[in-house]
Ligand binder design. Structure first.
Ligand SMILES: [Zn+2]
Length: 354
């Protein structure tokens, strides 16, 4: 209702603007970053590095996951969002192999990043620095999907159409095993899922439960889950996220999601989405060079096909690893589940306007 009303208002405003007012001065001067990054077809052929934050940044040296591998199929190919930091792409490939060994029939790979990251014309607020990926919670069919099927096939929500709990007819122990596997890698800092999925895991996981710490409830994420890896060595310009709490998160922070508060429609005047106002000035300064950099000679040259090795768009140049990134990567390698400082609960976050 509210969304519809807002949309109507927006359309009226748009039409009025088209009739009465020329393009505003600001937008005439400075194109939106989403337009520039959305137009990039290939990555910046430079050593792999992320700049900025997951929701405000870009990256260079991206590689693509092949549309098809022995244990995955990439979806929504027309979006050209199969790009990520080489560590991310290698991780998805590894997850796909491990998942199959665990009894999941293969991954349907959703959006990763645009070739050079940056804000997108549609969809995600994050996924901007090559360190986020969406994996469908739908099992991969045994047949190879056509390009059309990959555009149009719907993912299946594991949450009941009315309510906040998993649909027991759809949810399987293999779903839980897949999430556990994804959380098992030291590079993975967070897995975002619908609160109903987190609740199900809290209620059913036996034995080792330490991995639940990484599985965080969030809006959406009932059709897919979201893997976020940490800033990678060599990316001194990458801004790390807050560490996840050390607890399992099966506590008040989860209970909050089952109150009315997180689902109440936002009130007050509609705020523009960040991507609709972000210009290059909003992004780290390195992102201009990322946009301007040469492309690799072809997409194929920077695509990984399933042998487990991805090359950056250009051979990495020797660079001393920044102290902070090196330290955190060593820590996570030693213990993926090392305790991290407890943060406040509950953790209200800006909610999407629906
Ligand atoms: Zn996502």
């Amino acid at each position: 209702m509210i969304a519809g009303f807002a949309r109507t208002l927006g359309m009226v405003a748009l039409m009025a603007a088209a009739i009465a007012v020329p393009v505003s001065e600001a937008s005439a001067k400075e194109p939106l970053a989403k337009t520039l990054f959305g137009a990039a077809k290939l990555p910046a052929a430079l050593p792999a590095k992320s700049f900025g934050f997951y929701s405000k940044g870009c990256f260079q040296g991206g590689v693509a996951i092949a549309t098809d591998g022995p244990t995955w199929q990439a979806m929504r190919l027309s979006r050209n969002r199969r790009w990520g930091h080489p560590t991310m792409i290698n991780l998805i490939e590894k997850l796909s192999r491990d998942a199959v060994a665990d009894g999941w029939p293969g991954l349907l790979v959703g959006d990763i990043s645009q070739p050079r990251g940056g804000p997108m014309l549609t969809g995600h607020a994050s996924h901007q620095i090559g360190l986020d990926a969406d994996i469908w919670l739908t099992k991969m069919p045994s047949k190879t999907l056509s390009a059309t099927e990959r555009e149009n096939m719907s993912a299946i929500s594991v949450i009941k159409s009315k309510g906040l709990t998993v649909d027991e007819k759809i949810w399987t122990p293999e779903h839980a095993r897949l999430l556990k596997r994804a959380a098992s890698y030291p590079e993975v800092e967070r897995i975002l899922v619908h609160p109903g999925i987190k609740k199900k895991l809290c209620e059913t996981v036996t034995g080792d439960r330490k991995w639940l710490r990484k599985v965080r409830p969030f809006w959406g994420h009932d059709y897919h889950f979201h893997i976020r890896i940490g800033c990678q060595p060599g990316s001194s310009g990458c801004k790390a996220q807050d560490p996840t709490p050390s607890s399992e998160g099966c506590d008040d922070s989860l209970a909050w999601w089952f109150t009315e508060e997180p689902w109440r429609p936002a009130t007050g005047p509609a705020q523009p989405k960040a991507r609709d106002v972000m210009t290059m000035a909003s992004l780290p300064k390195e992102c201009r060079a990322v946009l301007a950099a040469d492309s690799p000679k072809s997409e194929l040259a920077v695509t990984i096909g399933g042998n487990g090795t991805a090359m950056a768009a250009a051979a990495p140049m020797p660079e001393p690893a920044p102290v902070q990134a090196a330290a955190s990567s060593v820590t996570s390698a030693l213990s993926a589940f090392a305790p991290t400082p407890e943060t406040q609960i509950p953790m209200p976050r800006p909610r999407p306007r629906q």
